[in-house]
Design a protein around this ligand. Structure first.
Ligand SMILES: Cc1cc2nc3c(=O)[nH]c(=O)nc-3n(C[C@H](O)[C@H](O)[C@H](O)COP(=O)(O)OP(=O)(O)OC[C@H]3O[C@@H](n4cnc5c(N)ncnc54)[C@H](O)[C@@H]3O)c2cc1C
Length: 183
């Protein structure tokens, strides 16, 4: 994002120029416009980018990696604010549904290597004070009956959810336009 100086603002009538209208650029433009700034967003394909192919997992706990314990705090705090963000965006976009589902996440092990990896992840999560639960293969299938009989176990994380990135991008674009962002 590039924020223009005072002289730029007076020349163009724009306070903020956002270059790139993927999810991050769109949300930045929307928030800036809501704060009363005059915002322009430049992108040949706004609402495209990685959101077109992303899975939409809001999985701060399931996607924890070694060495990212500091980032974890930010990710968990962001995830906690998601319901409020989703509700605010639904209103600002004129009622568009972003496919936010507070459904929890189940990561399953298909073989012994997966199982070892998920066991290690579970131990790391516990050390970080996170809420996750180890399930046997049978317990996984009880939750998700269509899972293969060979599933060796899994991690259940009730606090990790999902969103539909395509719908999220469309809602952000609509919210930007309604907030007066010049796209
Ligand atoms: C396969 C896949 C799966 C993913 N799954 C998940 C997931 O489950 N959970 C999760 O949280 N994240 C996931 N991500 C990551 C997430 O989708 C990205 O972090 C996020 O969408 C990035 O948004 P962005 O706005 O930073 O960048 P981008 O989406 O890359 O947007 C960049 C924008 O800039 C524009 N642009 C490029 N060059 C210029 C230019 N010169 N001038 C103007 N505009 C330009 C492009 O057109 C594009 O619209 C996944 C990503 C991928 C690829």
């Amino acid at each position: 994002m590039h924020s223009s100086g005072t002289s730029g603002a007076s020349r163009t009538g724009t306070d903020v120029l956002v270059i790139g209208g993927g999810l991050i650029g769109l949300v930045t433009a929307w928030r800036a416009a809501r704060r009363g700034l005059r915002v322009a967003l430049a992108d040949p394909d706004p609402g495209g980018g990685a959101a077109r192919v992303a899975a939409g997992m809001l999985a701060a706990v399931t996607e924890l990696h070694y060495g990212e314990e500091t980032l974890l705090g930010l990710n968990v705090a962001s995830a906690a604010r998601y319901p409020e963000f989703a509700a605010e965006l639904a209103e600002a976009s004129g009622g568009l549904d972003i496919g936010y589902r507070a459904c929890g996440t189940l990561a399953v092990a298909l073989d012994a290597d997966d199982r070892l990896h998920l066991r290690e992840l579970h131990a790391l999560q516990r050390r970080c004070g996170l809420d996750s639960q180890w399930l046997t293969g049978r317990e996984c299938r009880r939750l998700e009956p269509m899972l293969a009989p060979g599933v060796r176990g899994g991690l259940r994380v009730d606090g990790d959810h999902q969103v539909d990135p395509r719908r999220l991008a469309a809602a952000l674009l609509a919210a930007c336009e309604r907030a007066g962002v010049a796209v």
